[in-house]
Design a binder for this molecule. Structure first.
Ligand code: SF4
Length: 460
């Protein structure tokens, strides 16, 4: 979670429910609330009562957009929802999701988590409107065109999905059906759950199923399409699975720690990363502390493995949304103080191991290091739970400008100096992956290795 630093902003969160016995928009609100960490720019819900689909979306957090009044205007037992951080397309209302489209008599809506790498090619080849705002709009436009050309919605989706390249976990709905699909590499997660009233739920992460009282049934497979109607769940493969490439950064910091991915508990994986880091990069110190909150399990793991006391050196203000972009260094330092403050009594005179999940742009982290120094830290040994983030992500995180990635432009020693740490160590990639699971393979590591599971057009 990008709460402690200026890491990559999260991907997006998708949710869908079909439960004729429950108010689906209300369940979707709860699900989106549980997925808020995946995107804080905009959120939306599309809901259907069997005769019509209503869509409500806006800029801002789920809790500020929706209230009882707005949710009651979204009746019915079928809904999809989306929380967004802009990865393609500007951060603007018209790019908020779900995207809704008319195609002849059909009205459908979709929510997308991930990022396509062939959007321009798709739009050009199909001669689509150049004003389409995002890759998700392009998917909707292609599906609508196939429907207008005579296909039914499922036929249209099955026709369009194999032409998409990149990352997509999708939820669709028409007036009667909930539909889910996951790209053939499985970059982004997507889960299927069942409510105790016999309904079905799709969600990016398992805590969003927990919060609506749904049991986790399974993950949607890479290349799988599920159609949920009165008869239940109908599954098919729209494309054969490709090289499995679940985003390893889901484990580093995107996913909630109380969830599971691929059967692996995220909190436990982060603890193992911390323990591996303690073995790989030990240091004499008085206290191990996290940059809260996403680095907490990793710091716990480091402390337990090293035998060094675990403590809190920073307090996070829980009511902060996004850090604004401050024009001067002094304002940036102040902005960090809104988010964090040092606990002087815990820090002064101590040799600290400061555990951070990742370093992407490093600007906020630099200010945070200064906070600790000003609070009297005697030594700061920065330990990072992932390998250096050196390459852009084109699969759903907003790091496409490589020149902004500190590890792409500086050596480790230069980064240490830039951050004002006494020592700096990153977890080796092999150790990081083994800490997630001893089973080899199955993850995307492109931002750390430059090995892109799906080639990026135009990238040498
Ligand atoms: Fe995740 Fe990095 Fe791959 Fe992007 S490039 S999907 S952040 S592992």
């Amino acid at each position: 979670m990008a709460d402690g630093h200026d890491g990559p902003k999260e991907a997006c969160g998708v949710f869908g429910v079909r439960d004729p016995r429950q108010p689906a928009a209300h369940l979707t609100y709860l699900g989106l609330f549980a997925l808020q960490h995946r995107g804080q720019e905009s959120a939306g819900i599309a809901a259907g009562d069997g005769t019509k689909i209503m869509v409500d979306k806006d800029m801002g957090l789920v809790s500020t957009i929706f209230d009882e009044h707005r949710l009651r205007a979204l009746p019915g037992g079928l809904a999809i929802g989306h929380t967004r951080y802009a990865t393609t397309g500007a951060s603007a209302w018209h790019n908020a999701q779900p995207v809704a489209r008319h195609a002849g008599d059909l009205f459908f809506a979709l929510g997308h988590n991930g990022n396509l790498v062939n959007t321009t090619e798709l739009a050009g080849a199909s001669d689509l409107d150049a004003d389409l705002g995002s890759d998700s709009d392009v998917i909707a436009a292609l599906v609508a065109r196939a429907v207008t050309g005579g296909a039914d919605l499922i036929g249209a989706i099955t026709d369009v999905l194999p032409r998409l390249r990149g990352a997509y976990s999708l939820v669709f709905m028409d007036e009667d059906r909930l539909i889910g699909a996951r790209d053939p590499n499985g970059f982004r997660p997507l889960f299927l759950g069942r409510t105790d009233t016999g309904g079905w739920v799709l969600a990016s992460e398992t805590p969003a199923l927990d919060v609506v009282g749904a049991e986790v049934i399974r993950e949607i497979d890479p290349g799988e399409l599920v159609v949920i109607d009165d008869e239940g769940v109908h599954s098919s493969q729209f494309a054969p699975p490709q090289r499995k490439a679940l985003c390893s950064f889901e484990f580093v910091y995107i996913a909630r720690p109380d969830g599971k991915l691929g059967g692996i508990g995220v909190h436990a994986a982060r603890r193992r990363m911390g323990a591996a880091l303690a073995r790989q990069a030990p240091v004499d110190a008085d206290m191990v502390m996290p940059i809260p909150d996403s680095s907490v399990p990793g710091a716990q793991g480091y402390a337990a493995e090293s035998g060094i006391e675990y403590g809190d050196g920073l307090i996070k203000n829980r009511y902060i949304g996004r850090t604004f972009i401050a024009p001067t260094q002094q304002l940036r330092d102040n902005a960090v103080r809104i988010k964090f403050n040092a606990i002087e009594d815990n820090v002064a005179g101590k040799r600290l191991v400061v555990v951070e999940d990742s370093i992407v742009r490093a600007t906020t982290l630099r200010s945070t290091m200064k906070l600790l120094r000003n609070a009297g830290a005697a030594e700061i040994h920065l330990r990072v739970l992932s390998a250096p983030y050196r390459w852009s992500c084109f699969y759903g995180l907003d790091t496409s400008d490589r020149s902004k990635l500190v590890a792409a432009t500086m050596t480790i020693e230069q980064i240490r100096d830039h951050l004002g740490a006494d020592s700096l160590a990153y977890l080796d990639l092999d150790n990081m992956l083994t800490a997630i699971t001893p089973e080899p393979g199955g993850f995307c590591t492109a931002c750390m290795t430059g090995d892109y599971p799906v080639p990026i057009p135009g990238l040498e």
